[in-house]
Design a protein around this ligand. Structure first.
Ligand SMILES: *Cc1c(COP(=O)(O)O)cnc(C)c1O
Length: 459
């Protein structure tokens, strides 16, 4: 008999978590104005708000922290981190930053000008924010398949080469670079194939443009290339990672994702001109060039995390868990963005709470129901997150309305996945009775989802 699959680690330190009662949760979520961001974390049993900075570090990472060099300039820990990044990606110029959006802020300050156009695949919120705040435009060239949650596609995060070429053919002079997000977070943690990365590179070369990878989940992307793309089954993750980055001119990185640290990020590039230009912004925004917002010990942990998480067994354990949750949802017939993504499951709320009008935010209603059911905290990636149109101030109902369940790395067990799945099933079973969602009582002008206040709509 073939041995079953099991995790590639064992547990050395645990953190107690507490179950609560439904009555407690109903009171807590009311006090939080039906916004899960406003809940104290102790009121949450299983936290699927985000996979960012929430992973469990390994004994090697904790050990490396003790060796951190906290010198202001020229710390040994910086050189160790830079060495690891260069060995993995081939990109030799490295600027540390305190997290991913800081890497965007520093690099884009050097590269993005008013009126510029930056094409890519579903720019992440902060990426888009750093483009639009400079009065430039992010043009989403993701393949159309990504918009149909029930369609199976092995690389649903890809750039559509025709859409990209249209942008380049008309506006090449306004494009400072192309940005490819791997994996494509906004489309559901969906990967980009090596073939697609090559197509983007070829178009960039044709129009004389450079390519940046927004690399938060590059290792998970490499895992999908190995397991889904023809010709890669026998290559190691590290070989695939190197082949991916050979197609890039630079990268921005949120190390809180695939480097499995609680805080950290960096820029890396092969071009001295980009490095020189970005350096000037690192010092005022982040700090001196060899620490840029990080402690020496954090750079040590980051280096070890990158090395560990570009090993197949670690990635297989992680993605197996996300797929396990997806399989449980399949048993119950609960619709989500298919196939399961690398870091999260995105439940299609518009297909679950069909009686809740879109004006009452179905994905938010589902998020609150799941919390009340079992103390599981997901996150609305839908109409509230979409904010209002900057010109008409109308709500934007054009996109998908999803409940994201992000899975922290090496943090929960498959038993926790069972609790999440059954809690969702219980909500799913009474979906017909849920006829109303929420109305907004207070909201911020931008990024309203973090602080929005809501109240239930009554019959
Ligand atoms: C998280 C993330 C960022 C921003 O990184 P932070 O560390 O949260 O600042 C940028 N791009 C993608 C794709 C991300 O997932």
């Amino acid at each position: 008999m073939e041995l079953p699959f099991a995790e590639s680690w064992r547990i050395k330190m645990v953190e107690p978590i507490r179950k609560s009662t439904r009555a407690e949760r109903e009171q807590w979520i009311r006090e939080a104005h039906y916004n899960v961001f406003q809940l104290p974390a102790e009121q949450v049993y299983i936290d699927c708000l985000t996979d960012s900075g929430t992973g469990a570090m390994s004994d090697r990472q904790w050990g490396a922290m003790m060796t951190g060099d906290e010198s202001y300039a020229g710390a040994r820990s910086f050189f160790r981190m830079r060495g690891t990044i260069e060995r993995l990606t081939g990109l030799s110029h490295v600027i540390p930053t305190h997290q991913g959006r800081a890497a965007e802020n520093v690099l884009f300050s050097a590269l993005v000008r008013e009126g510029d156009i930056i094409p890519g695949n579903s720019h992440f919120d902060t990426t888009k924010g750093h483009i639009e705040s400079r009065r430039a435009f992010a043009v989403d060239c993701t393949i159309d398949e990504a918009r149909d949650t029930q369609l199976e596609h092995p690389f649903k995060g890809c750039v559509d080469p025709d859409k990209l070429e249209k942008v380049l053919a008309v506006n090449a002079d306004k494009v400072p670079f192309i940005i490819v997000t791997i994996t494509n977070n906004t489309a559901g943690g969906q990967p980009v194939s090596m073939r697609n990365l090559r197509e983007v590179r070829a178009l960039a070369d044709k129009y004389g443009k450079r390519v940046i990878f927004d690399s938060a989940r590059f290792a998970e992307n490499a895992y999908f290339i190995k397991t889904r793309e023809e010709g890669y089954a026998d290559k190691s993750i590290k070989e695939i990672v190197r082949e991916m980055f050979d197609l890039a001119d630079g990268m921005t990185m949120s190390a809180k994702k695939d480097a499995i640290v609680n805080m950290g990020g960096f820029i890396a590039t092969r071009h001295a001109d980009w490095f020189e230009a970005a350096k000037a912004y690192c010092i005022p925004f982040e700090g001196y060039l060899t620490y840029g917002g990080m402690n020496g010990r954090d750079m040590e942990a980051l280096a070890v995390g990158l090395d560990e998480n570009t090993e197949f067994d670690n990635l297989r354990t992680r993605i197996h868990q996300v797929e396990y949750l997806a399989k449980r949802l399949d048993e119950f017939g609960i619709p989500y963005q298919r196939p399961a993504g690398g870091h999260a499951i995105f439940i299609d709320a518009s297909k679950v709470l069909t009686n809740v009008p879109k004006e009452e935010f179905p994905a938010q209603a589902l998020t609150v129901e799941l919390y009340k059911e079992a103390g599981v905290r997901g996150c609305e990636i839908g109409y509230i997150l979409a904010d209002r149109d900057p010109v008409t101030r109308e709500n934007r109902f054009g996109g998908l309305d999803l409940l994201r369940l992000a899975i922290a790395r090496r943090t929960y067990t498959d038993n926790h996945m069972d609790v999440i799945a059954v809690a969702l099933k219980n909500v799913f079973d009474r979906r017909e009775e849920i006829r109303h969602g929420y109305r907004i009582t207070w909201e911020a002008e931008l990024m309203r989802h973090f602080t929005v206040r809501l109240e239930p709509v009554a019959d």
